[in-house]
Ligand binder design. Structure first.
Ligand code: MTE
Ligand code: MO
Length: 256
């Protein structure tokens, strides 16, 4: 990477830090900027597509829409439900005893009940979801920014990826997805527990699902049970960072 694009990347990261707000988060971002792992996300990556897409995008936000643009019908896709008995128990109790686990390369592993996730500052965004299968829908999402949750856990310097472990099994494999820290700290990356002003239904990913708005539908992990911070995706399932990436050679960075 040459000096100029290095400088642009650096400013872009600082821009993310500023956009992310909150003293807690800035603390987290200072740590991030100083961490080898975070810088190497940009410096070491061999993924030219990702780099050029990111370069063209800059630090832009995904487009947000108005209330009147919300699709009357939002198709549900992939897993429409979860058979796991533990999940079923939580579902019956409306997730009152459920908690999200945040672990791996963090200073403080977290166990966050739904009430805790609802207690973070909330972000609401109306965005368009694009599925590779050729359909789109506009929906309204609400939840805490992932950055705030990660700031509370505190990342260790080696952390480079956030992995989302889901409760469902799709065609024989547990669903999982992953993003890098640039998307993890992007202001529009949220852990949504509401869709169109209602708690998520089962088919759309109750109790929480990821919204990472500059990427395609399969990155929007539903039924998240655990977020694991890792230094590498190697050694996790088939190593490509997601169920579809492992299975079908879908791109890991699914930029829209
Ligand atoms: N856990 C889990 N997350 C998932 C899927 C899935 O099967 N399981 N399908 C993905 C795909 S391909 C799409 S298009 C969206 C669909 O989200 P929706 O059902 O809310 O429309 O979820 C994504 N996240
Ligand atoms: Mo999809």
């Amino acid at each position: 990477m040459n000096e100029r694009s290095n400088e642009i990347s650096r400013r872009r990261l600082l821009g993310f830090a500023a956009a992310g707000t909150s003293g807690l988060l800035l603390g987290g971002c200072d740590r991030l900027n100083g961490s080898e792992g975070f810088r190497s996300v940009l410096e070491d990556t061999e993924n030219l597509t990702m780099r050029s897409q990111r370069f063209l995008m800059g630090d832009r936000l995904a487009r947000e829409f108005g209330e009147s643009d919300i699709s009357p019908v939002f198709k549900a896709n992939g897993s429409l439900g979860v058979t796991d008995p533990v999940y079923r128990g939580h579902f019956t109790q409306q997730f009152a005893a459920w908690a999200l686990h945040v672990d791996g390369l963090v200073r403080q592993p977290l166990t966050l009940p739904l009430t805790a996730l609802k207690g973070f500052p909330q972000r609401t965004q109306i965005t368009r979801h694009d599925c590779v299968e050729g359909w789109s829908a506009i929906g309204k999402w609400q939840g805490p920014q992932l950055s705030a949750v990660l700031a509370q856990a505190g990342l260790l310097p080696e952390a480079r990826y956030a992995v989302f472990h889901c409760a469902d099994v799709l065609a024989g494999s547990p669903y999982y997805e992953s993003i890098d820290l640039i998307d993890a700290f992007h202001p529009q990356t949220i852990l949504a527990w509401q869709m169109n002003d209602q708690p998520l239904t089962e088919q759309h990913g109750a109790p929480i699902r990821l919204r990472v708005e500059r990427q395609l539908g399969y990155k929007q992990a539903k039924y998240i049970m655990r977020i694991e911070l890792r230094s590498t995706l190697a050694g996790l399932y088939k190593g490509k960072g997601g169920l579809w990436e492992d299975r079908s050679d879908y791109a890991w960075y699914a930029g829209i």
